[in-house]
Design a protein around this ligand. Structure first.
Ligand code: SF4
Length: 361
């Protein structure tokens, strides 16, 4: 087992739908048993095998030992005035992760975490402060969506979109990510349209190429945050390993290979990357590409020194991009009153020593 591997637990939610069907047949179960379990897990969203009443008890007992349902322990739950809910969820080995529900006009969106901590080192991000602890298994990523959906079931709401933008670099946990996406989009899984799912990367070039080759309908978002190498390296040290020219080549490959529009994420930080000259350089960099720029005025992160860009400067930045023909929107801020930016809740709880975590050991 590698240093950052997820614990070796065969969670039922860690199998893609077809792999699950094959596994149960190999295990000697009747073929229809796999579909019964899928229906209980993803359709009725039970949290134990004991509730799967159309499966004989002896078989339930075997399944529960071999393929447990992951249990996420609610260690903290913060509710924002705007309907955003943020959880700090405990994993079986004592680590803690963040998951966020955002309510939009068009539905409910879940932001999931793919790693405990992160080693990418973006200087504006609280998730990376303690470094990477370990990858999540696909079953643990799926469990976050089920956790949120169970709460929404109480008000007959439905998770309608997913953003893989929580703590961690999803392309550093690629196999688990791909399994997770297959379960989310499968009709016998969570049945969420691929176009309603977005995966965000800091620009891990080889995995961007791999992702393009999947020809998935899932949207890819590239975190750019700077229009030149010097500034990008300052904000995102990963730029040393994958410089801007290589990242942009991979972005162009993705667009050409999939025919899909690429989202460009650009977090605006006051007096750092939010000047008109930066907007002009960004427009030049993206000229002629099938992209959509999503500007994100950063939440002030207590642990970091960056400040929010004033509204007038955000508007000036947008105006430059639009004038240059770049499709641009500004992300509506959510959950500011509950520290909803990635990693902030976990960082603050870790700092208080309230969560057992390898960072503190
Ligand atoms: S922004 Fe994302 S990739 Fe960068 S350190 Fe934070 S979690 Fe990691």
């Amino acid at each position: 087992m590698g240093r950052f591997d997820a614990p070796d637990v065969s969670y039922v939610t860690g199998f893609g739908v077809e792999a699950w069907r094959e596994r149960l047949v190999v295990d000697g179960f009747a073929a229809y048993r796999a579909d019964q379990v899928l229906s209980w897990v993803y359709g009725k969203r039970v949290s134990s095998y004991a509730e799967m009443t159309n499966i004989p008890r002896a078989e339930r007992d075997v399944l529960a030992v071999r393929y447990p349902l992951p249990v996420l322990e609610e260690r903290a739950k913060l509710c924002s005035r705007d309907g955003t809910v943020k959880w700090l969820l405990g994993l079986s080995d004592g680590h803690a992760i963040e998951t966020v529900l955002m309510r939009h006009r068009y539905g409910c969106s879940v932001c999931v975490t793919t790693q405990v901590g992160c080693r990418i080192g973006c200087t504006f991000c609280a998730s990376t402060i303690g470094g990477l602890q370990r990858n999540l298994g696909a079953g643990e990523i799926v469990a976050q969506v089920l956790h949120v959906q169970r709460m929404l079931d109480e008000t007959k709401e439905r998770v309608s979109s997913i953003v893989v933008m929580g703590s961690g670099e999803p392309f550093e946990n690629f196999d688990a990510l791909v399994t997770f996406l297959s379960i989310m989009t499968h009709a016998d899984g969570m049945a969420i349209g691929a176009r309603h799912i977005t995966v965000s990367t800091s620009g891990i070039v080889p995995r961007m190429i791999d992702f393009a080759r999947l020809r998935s309908q899932v949207t890819l978002a590239l975190s750019l945050h700077a229009p030149d190498d010097a500034l990008r390296t300052q904000l995102m040290p990963i730029n040393r390993a994958y410089p801007l020219a290589d990242v942009m080549d991979a972005a162009k490959y993705y667009i050409a290979h999939t025919g899909r529009r690429l989202t460009i994420e650009y977090a605006l930080m006051r007096d750092v990357n939010d000047r008109v000259a930066h907007a002009e350089a960004l427009a030049q960099l993206l000229k002629g590409m099938l992209v959509h720029v999503n500007l994100i005025p950063v939440n002030t992160v207590r642990e970091r020194a960056y400040e929010r860009t004033p509204v007038a400067d955000v508007q000036a930045f947008v105006a430059v991009l639009r004038r240059r023909g770049i499709n641009t929107t500004v992300r509506r801020e959510q959950g500011h009153d509950i520290a909803a930016a990635c990693g902030q809740l976990r960082a603050s709880v870790l700092a208080s020593g309230a969560v057992r975590d390898a960072v503190a050991e």
